[in-house]
Write a protein that binds this ligand. Structure first.
Ligand code: SF4
Length: 424
């Protein structure tokens, strides 16, 4: 007879990276080591517009972004950075700002010390710091600024702007091999070598290893998995993970979720960004929502109460349950910036909104609070389950509003100050 052993639960492997500290004022965002995988994002405003940029940073931070990157591409943008910081401080948004530098970062960080100081981390692209003998000098100037102001850097390699001299030299080496690698493998090697050699150069100048975060971004899912698996083998630096130019809408969301989930499950990746192209009219915060959802779906973090909703089928004759599921989901998400402070632990709440009697009562009982709406042919009644038990039945035209009030009361009772005082 076959021995029956309990089936092992799947869970992401532990991370084995160094821990970086990204600091603004008294706010410290740890990245790597035993820190939770961090969510970050990037603005798409012109940084010269300090107010507009600060507003978007605020929106991203309130949506759950724990660090926000801004473009620093011109002297005017560098001059605006301290004002962006000041606006955020005035609004009480203490999210650390990351400066994204290409081509002229060495000059901007040297000529605008207030900018260098106001940023909490610098992103340096080794493929865009200069060519020939200027490359090391200009890279060195950026590292000197990081040392002077005690900042973390991300050495962020991107296959769209890979160091062409390094790639050419690896191609030459490859052609001398008895069995040359294919071009893709040489490109992988170039991405990783560029990141690791640049980190070594920064360390030689005096940076601590834990002040350096690495990334090697590509736009193909299998390429990203191949590169990061190898990168994680070769270094213990904290890793910033993301698919570059993921694309729009469903394609960008699915590609990012697929690539990031596989790597995160293997314990690879300490901070993530979903580089989604916003659809016309879509909020920039969507990339933060998706990044958070990936981490929450993997069981790595909990950000917002989860709403379990069935897909609906031929047993549902109206869109009522779809509307209610969306309404409850939107409501919970919109309340989170306030509830996070007011109701500690509320992010772990599980709500179910189901379409009929087949799975409705069962799924609702598994949730903290659930509603099973009537399917076609069923009595026009919606039983509500709280903590696994049927407590009441809603009827009539105001089921959505009444259920929302029930959810709010449940949250107040379970997570409010009164509940906390009783527990202590
Ligand atoms: S719970 Fe009912 S309505 Fe929802 S998918 Fe299942 S059978 Fe269809």
């Amino acid at each position: 007879m076959q021995t029956c052993l309990p089936i092992e639960s799947a869970f992401p492997k532990a991370h084995h990276s160094l821990q970086s500290r990204v600091v603004w004022g008294s706010r410290v965002v740890t990245v790597g080591g035993d820190a939770p995988v961090r969510v970050q994002s990037m603005t798409n405003t012109d940084t010269v517009d300090a107010i507009g940029t600060a507003i978007q940073v605020k929106e991203l931070a309130l949506a759950g972004s724990e660090m926000v990157r801004i473009t620093v591409n011109t002297p005017e943008a560098a001059a605006a950075v301290p004002y962006v910081r000041e606006q955020l401080d005035r609004m009480g948004i203490d999210v650390p700002l990351i400066g994204d530098f290409h081509y002229n970062g060495h000059r901007l960080l040297t000529d605008y010390p207030a900018c260098a100081q106001a940023l909490s981390k610098y992103r340096i692209n080794p493929g865009n710091v200069g060519k020939g003998n200027k490359r090391d000098t200009q890279f060195g100037q950026m590292i000197e600024a990081a040392l002077r102001w005690n900042k973390v850097v991300r050495i962020g390699v991107n296959w769209g702007s890979l160091d062409q001299e390094l790639l050419a030299s690896l191609m030459d080496e490859n052609s001398a091999r008895s069995a040359p690698w294919d071009a893709r493998q040489v490109m992988y090697e170039a991405l990783i070598t560029s990141a690791i050699d640049s980190a070594q150069r920064a360390e030689d100048m005096g940076m601590r290893r834990d002040q350096i975060i690495l990334s090697c971004k590509v736009s193909g899912v299998q390429d990203l998995i191949s590169v990061y698996r190898e990168l994680a083998k070769r270094t213990d630096h904290a890793l910033h993970l993301g698919l570059t130019e993921a694309g729009m809408g469903t394609k960008g969301t699915v590609a990012s979720a697929t690539a990031l989930s596989i790597l995160l499950q293997e314990g690879i990746g300490d901070t993530i960004r979903v580089s989604l192209t916003p659809q016309p009219g879509e909020a920039r915060t969507q990339e933060v929502v998706i990044a958070s959802e990936i981490l929450q779906a993997l069981g790595l973090r909990t950000f917002v109460p989860s709403v379990t909703a069935c897909p609906g089928c031929g047993r549902t004759t109206s869109t009522t349950f779809q509307e209610l599921a969306k309404q409850i989901d939107d409501f919970l998400r919109a309340q989170m910036p306030v509830w996070r402070e007011q109701y500690p632990g509320v992010e772990g709440l599980r709500v179910a909104v189901m379409g009929c009697i087949v799975n409705g009562p069962g799924e609702s009982k598994h949730a903290d609070i659930g509603i099973s709406l009537p399917g076609s042919g069923e009595a026009p009644a919606a039983p509500v389950f709280i903590d696994g038990e049927k407590r009441l039945t809603l009827r009539g035209d105001n089921i959505a509003q009444e259920f929302q009030v029930i959810v709010e009361n449940y949250i107040e009772k379970r997570f409010g100050a009164h509940a906390v005082a009783q527990a202590s």
